[in-house]
Design a protein around this ligand. Structure first.
Ligand SMILES: CC(C)(COP(=O)(O)OP(=O)(O)OC[C@H]1O[C@@H](n2cnc3c(N)ncnc32)[C@H](O)[C@@H]1OP(=O)(O)O)[C@@H](O)C(=O)NCCC(=O)NCCS
Length: 177
């Protein structure tokens, strides 16, 4: 008799709110020690968001960030280019559709900010994850820096930003709680 037959199983629905990172979220972003060594990176990303140069998009359930997608605006000095990073779903909740919804939410926000193209990098030793991005319309365009794949996607249905200043102000407004 298998464990499933003997003990049964649990199936749950997790409801999470997608929103920008707030200062109070920063300790929890270390994911119980997993990213403690990246505390400075987390803080720098938050400061970039505060300046309107970035976004830390979180899915929050029970006040815990169960998934993340971070954005850096103005990659390579190009206002219409954004860079996505820290794309991750808390391990026990992976393969439940959360990552896909986070990426779709991030894309909607990029479109609203007049971003025409987005890029991200995948480590060469993490090639399995390419299937996740391909399923969302991303394409490998190059070998990026640091022995990784560079992926890109054109962002559809954007409203052109009125001015640089206005786009930046919009990002700062979006990041406010
Ligand atoms: C990659 C990651 C963010 C995906 O998040 P997720 O919440 O598990 O993704 P979803 O459940 O929405 O997956 C959607 C589909 O993408 C594909 N997919 C997801 N993760 C995959 C993986 N690791 N390898 C291959 N395909 C994957 C699957 O087709 C999946 O659908 P299915 O399993 O129902 O067929 C998550 O696996 C993760 O956090 N991984 C560790 C960190 C990481 O490697 N991040 C990427 C850095 S570039």
């Amino acid at each position: 008799m298998t464990h499933l037959q003997e003990f049964g199983k649990v199936e749950v629905t997790v409801r999470a709110t997608i929103r920008p990172c707030q200062k109070e979220d920063l300790p929890a972003l270390e994911w119980m020690g997993l990213y403690t060594r990246h505390r400075n990176v987390i803080r720098d990303a938050f400061e970039a968001q505060e300046r309107g140069d970035g976004l830390m998009l979180l899915a929050i359930a029970a006040e815990f960030p169960i998934a993340q997608v971070w954005v850096r605006f103005g990659q390579h000095g190009r206002k219409s280019l954004a860079y996505l990073w820290a794309v991750r779903t808390f391990h026990p909740l992976q393969r439940a559709g959360i990552g896909r919804q986070m990426m779709q939410a991030a894309e909607r926000i990029l479109a609203r900010h007049g971003i025409e193209r987005a890029e991200l990098e995948v480590d060469c030793d993490n090639q399995d994850v390419l299937g996740f991005y391909r399923g969302l319309g991303w394409h490998v365009v190059d070998r990026g820096d640091n022995d990784c794949f560079l992926l890109a996607k054109n962002i559809a249905l954007h409203k052109p930003a009125r001015t640089t200043g206005a786009a930046k102000q919009q990002r700062q407004a979006d990041a406010r709680p």
